[in-house]
Design a protein around this ligand. Structure first.
Ligand code: 73E
Length: 837
């Protein structure tokens, strides 16, 4: 059908006959234009930082074109959208990712070269926005990339923190120091401030009934302002939106305080509003229960739901059909208050009755669980929720009453079951269990790896699983090959593309299976090794610069980078490094000849209040100092703690790994995602049967992994044996290492005493001493196999070829098909009005 085109559209079309041209000279002009008109700098003299800013603005311009077209297209087609609600989006740097996704890296390289800049150096000017803690936030970022690439209609929603994840420094003595991360100092060229997109969000206050429905009044109101960043997909015109909310004072001033002459305190109370989006809670997997965090949650969820409902209502149709156009994914329990908030909007603002409101709500939400650690399951005291969100507390009570009524009907007299299934935990104080609210209010609940999804059913929610088995699914995590291979590892990516004779594997990882047929080719083996050497050389230079220590690229690069947490067992890694050091000290020259040199790299942040985790960092730094300065050891062992691990550092060092460590106590790491990145970058894994390690092993084969340790089903028993005296380790190497720590060889007793205490049988909850011998055996196998470089590189080729399952494209397709019911909707140019003139 012909599209109606207005006179105004025709005029615009005639001026804007084509989109931003992509040739080198046009790009050069676009960059210089931004230097002059956006940055207001002289075009004859600008530095690398301004070159970065201007380049970023020029790339953003292109993204705005495709972003507008995509959004208009989705609206015209009236597609169903998914909204990914997450407290964290750990996006990493934008520029290189955008250039690769748009396929214009070489043109930008050319344009910047003409201006006297190196694209690589310009890219290094960008600050890494750290709006997340670790795996959960990075997963959200990988998902955005895959959603765009697959052409799913999707938006991300979160918080625009002023301060992201703290910057980690290490003191002279080896302790962690936290520095605030004010990442906006030089502005953020990727975002668009939408001063016109804003919503009021209320806290505290009272509930009134006006005869028809409840009204929530009084209290404090803040305004949420939208900041949008375009998300390009790979090799597609589709561009999605990440909308982050920032808190500002509500515009209605409290006239009372002004008329009382209380000018300063009235202004001050407005300032307090901004606190809400001020800082990311630096916790990975420990729940803090702080009022400000619940405020943050309600703040971004309320603004998001108002935005979603407004968008839906633009087309005239009943809100009971919301689920036909809207799917909302809860990234962990953090946005779960949204279930009560949507009910409130439906009933108090849209005059829906309870049944209709509940039926629709439960068709909209689905919930991803990311951890079974009891200390990480969010619970809010009833008192706090009642004070901060009185109407939501009422609604939660009513949800619970109706839910428990069903339970009683089916299981009369089973008080225990009722207690277990209740949203409210009866105790002193009474608590709201957010995970139970999420399960009751969602149509699907998923874990993030097969073993974890099993534990979600068997340990966390067995009663719910029994009632509704089909509600519970597994969605094994994945990572985007765009950022984690193509962008982070150009050397290896080129080799892969050359042998496959295509670069389509970047958005269709399964094509890498084609590498396997060449695994015996000496040429391919050489090229894989050369790519590895290139990456190791870069990291070796970095080490030289930061630590002043030379390391050989012939040494095995052994890497463990992730948040510091007892369950991830960095302590076990350091203990084994101490044992290796002791063994080297005892070696004869002939034995040293046979010994495989290792460079051990450990990195990661400890939550500021997590004392033991900080002690572990101090111990690593102590061991590093002793080992690296010991002349007897020479090149055979070097140990480095890499400061301030973040996405950018990960992109630099993951491609350099020969082996990486994923050694959590079985059953405790829900999935892990760096394990996937390390293997995709041509390394092997030493790890436990935990999280996604298990599925990686299934895909790449047991021969290509170094697996050790107890199985999940053996853990409870082993813990009891340790605790009640049936078991004590007898590993003399471990005894020696612990004695040295006790003698304060590596750190003072402020650190060594609490660490050793945690290794006592009755305290060793994470089973470090129990898994230790098995771990050392696996390490010995690693050393042995590394001696045969040909068989090693063959293992890495086979592994890279077989990792297709762990592309986040596969993960997102599963969510799209099994949970969200979405259709891929690639933009078709002819459908946009002004393009058809
Ligand atoms: O195993 C990882 C998982 O790969 C898990 O620990 C992590 O999520 C990753 C992605 O699925 C995770 N983070 C949190 N819980 N699980 C968490 C909890 C509270 C605050 C911030 C993050």
């Amino acid at each position: 059908a012909a599209v109606e085109v207005s006179e105004k559209d025709k005029i615009i079309h005639n001026i804007m006959t084509q989109y931003l041209p992509r040739d080198v000279d046009s790009i050069l002009k676009q960059i210089v234009n931004h230097v002059e008109y956006t940055l207001a700098r002289t075009k004859y003299n600008f530095d690398e930082q301004h070159a970065y800013q201007a380049t970023a603005y020029s790339v953003r311009d292109r993204l705005i074109e495709s972003w507008n077209d995509t959004q208009q297209y989705f609206t015209e087609k009236d597609v169903k959208r998914v909204y990914y609600l997450s407290m964290e989006f750990l996006m990493g740097r934008y520029l290189n990712n955008a250039l690769l996704n748009l396929g214009i890296e070489s043109q930008y390289q050319g344009a910047l070269k003409k201006l006297g800049f190196d694209l690589d150096e310009v890219e290094h000017q960008e600050r890494d926005p750290g709006l997340g803690n670790g795996g959960l936030g990075r997963l959200a970022a990988c998902f955005m990339d895959s959603l765009a690439t697959i052409n799913y209609p999707a938006w991300g929603y979160g918080i625009r923190y002023k301060y992201g994840m703290f910057e980690q420094r290490i003191s002279k003595e080896g302790y962690q120091i936290e520095i605030p991360d004010y990442w906006l100092t030089a502005g953020n060229p990727w975002e668009i401030e939408r001063l016109d997109v804003k919503y009021p969000v209320r806290f505290y206050g009272e509930i009134k009934h006006n005869g028809k429905h409840y009204e929530w009044q009084g209290g404090e109101v803040v305004t949420a302002i939208a900041y949008d960043s375009p998300i390009p997909g790979y090799d597609t015109y589709n561009t999605l939106n990440l909308r982050l909310w920032s808190a500002t004072p509500a515009s209605e001033f409290d006239l009372d305080s002004f008329s009382r002459g209380d000018y300063y305190s009235a202004v001050a109370s407005k300032e307090a509003a901004e606190k809400i989006s001020s800082v990311l809670y630096p916790n990975d997997a420990t729940e803090a229960g702080k009022e400000l965090r619940l405020k943050q949650q309600h703040f971004f969820v309320s603004a998001t739901l108002q935005d979603v409902v407004r968008r839906f209502k633009k087309k005239d149709r009943p809100l009971t059909e919301l689920h036909t156009k809207v799917a909302i994914q809860l990234n962990d329990t953090h946005p779960t208050i949204g279930i009560a908030e949507l009910m409130r909007i439906f009933m108090d603002h849209e005059s829906m009755g309870w049944s209709a409101a509940w039926a629709t709500t439960t068709k909209v939400f689905s919930y991803t669980n990311h951890t079974v650690l009891p200390e990480a399951l969010e619970r809010w005291s009833v008192d706090l929720v009642e004070k901060l969100l009185p109407r939501h507390m009422q609604i939660i009570y009513e949800i619970n009453r109706r839910h428990l009524e069903e339970v009683v009907k089916k299981y009369p007299g089973d008080g225990d079951k009722l207690m277990r299934m209740s949203i409210i935990e009866e105790g002193f104080p009474k608590m709201v269990r957010m995970a139970v609210l999420a399960v009751v209010g969602s149509h699907h609940v998923n874990g993030v790896a097969a073993i974890h999804s099993g534990l979600v059913k068997s340990r966390l929610f067995p009663d719910f699983y029994k009632e509704q088995p089909d509600k519970f699914l597994n969605m094994t995590n994945g990572v985007t090959p765009r950022r984690w291979m193509q962008s982070a590892n150009p050397a290896l990516s080129e080799v892969i593309s050359r042998w496959l004779e295509t670069d389509e594997w970047v958005s269709n990882y399964e094509l890498c299976r084609g590498l396997e047929q060449f695994v015996d080719s000496a040429d391919m083996q050489r090229e894989f090794r050369e790519a590895k050497r290139t990456n190791k050389k870069r990291v070796a230079e970095r080490i030289k610069k930061e630590f002043g220590v030379e390391v050989s690229t012939d040494a095995m690069f052994d890497i463990q980078v992730k948040r510091i947490h007892e369950y991830k067992r960095q302590l076990m890694n350091v203990l084994s490094i101490i044992c290796r050091y002791n063994a080297i000290k005892r070696m004869t020259p002939a034995e040293k000849e046979e010994c495989v040199p290792r460079v051990c790299i450990i990195g990661g942040k400890a939550a500021a209040g997590y004392v033991i985790a900080k002690h572990i960092i101090r111990l690593i730094n102590g061991v590093s100092k002793v080992v690296n300065n010991d002349k007897d050891v020479g090149d055979l062992l070097k140990v480095f703690f890499m400061t301030n691990y973040n996405v950018t550092l990960a992109e630099d060092i993951i491609p350099a790994n020969d082996i990486s460590q994923h050694i959590s106590t079985a059953g405790m790491e829900a999935s892990g995602t760096s394990n996937m990145k390390f293997v995709m970058n041509g390394g092997l894994i030493i790890g436990t049967m935990d999280g996604a390690n298990i599925e990686i092993r299934e895909e790449i084969g047991n021969d290509n992994m170094f697996i050790f340790g107890l199985l999940e089903e053996e853990i409870d028993r082993a813990r009891n044996e340790l605790k009640y005296g049936g078991y004590q380790h007898t590993d003399s190497r471990l005894q020696e290492a612990m004695k040295q720590i006790e003698a304060n060889k590596y750190c003072g007793k402020d650190v060594s005493e609490p660490l050793l205490k945690n290794l006592q049988p009755y305290n060793d909850y994470y089973l470090v001493t129990r898994d230790f011998s098995s771990y050392m055996d696996a390490q010995a196998r690693v050393d042995e196999e590394y001696k045969n470089q040909t068989s090693w590189v063959k293992k890495t080729i086979t592994s890279v070829a077989r990792m297709g399952k762990f592309s986040s494209d596969r993960t997102i397709r599963e969510y799209g098909e099994q949970i969200w019911n979405l259709e891929a909707t690639p933009f078709v140019p002819s459908s946009v009005a002004y393009k058809t003139v």
